[in-house]
Design a protein around this ligand. Structure first.
Ligand SMILES: N[C@@H](CCC(=O)N[C@@H](CS)C(=O)NCC(=O)O)C(=O)O
Length: 203
């Protein structure tokens, strides 16, 4: 039965899932909705909580980006079996999402002056606070959050790339271990080929 991933033509909360699926060599239908057309009533009304991403497999569906990423990762050896190690990585992904919840404030600000102020504040305070900690964790894990490649690394890179798209710069440039992980994920087999054919994202 076909697997399907529904999201916008955007990295956002779905790119890490796409990366995991491409790295695992899983065939899936990558269904993308144009943000300019959203809300598409028929689609939105069909979603359990009215939001994307949504993953379908064997006639079943799953919402929540982290639940989807964790599920596809677990089927592809990207989740440790030890419960403590799993919990540590869960903490990483929640820390990454906490970072994004603070960085994404600029997306909702329409006033250009206020937007510029928010952007400055995030770049000067939120980014150093979180990225210095992520850098430290990565250094301790030989370049990965859990000592080897896991779903947490994919989630992290998906969010860094999304932040870079919306901030128009490489927010990780001062953090060499983060830069290295981004590069590692982007050049994984399957991911590299996907990126080479991906249409550019715009905001
Ligand atoms: N906690 C949810 C958040 C989902 C979410 O915020 N989706 C946004 C896109 S990133 C969405 O569907 N926005 C359109 C809408 O709410 O109509 C997840 O991680 O999947």
């Amino acid at each position: 039965m076909a697997k399907k991933l529904h999201y916008f033509h955007l990295n956002g909360l779905a790119e890490s899932i796409r990366y995991i699926l491409h790295y695992a060599g899983e065939k899936f239908e990558d269904i993308r909705y144009a943000q300019a057309d959203w809300p598409i009533k028929s689609v939105k009304d069909s979603l359990p909580y009215g939001q994307l991403p949504l993953y379908e497999e064997n006639g079943k569906s799953l919402n929540q980006s982290l639940a989807i990423a964790r599920y596809v990762a677990s089927k592809n050896n990207l989740l440790p079996t030890d419960p403590w190690e799993q919990a540590l990585l869960d903490a990483v992904v929640f820390n990454v999402y906490d970072f994004w919840s603070k960085a994404k404030v600029i997306l909702f600000e329409q006033d250009p002056t206020k937007k510029a102020e928010l952007k400055k504040q995030v770049l000067e305070e939120v980014v150093p606070f979180y990225l210095s900690r992520f850098e430290k964790e990565l250094k301790a894990g030989n370049g990965f959050f859990g000592g080897k490649l896991t779903w947490a690394d994919f989630i992290f890179v998906g969010i860094i790339e999304t932040a870079n798209l919306f901030y128009g710069e490489s927010i990780e440039k001062k953090y060499p271990t983060v830069v290295a992980l981004v590069k590692k994920i982007q050049t994984l087999p399957g991911v590299k080929e996907y990126i080479a054919t991906r249409k550019p994202y715009t905001v």
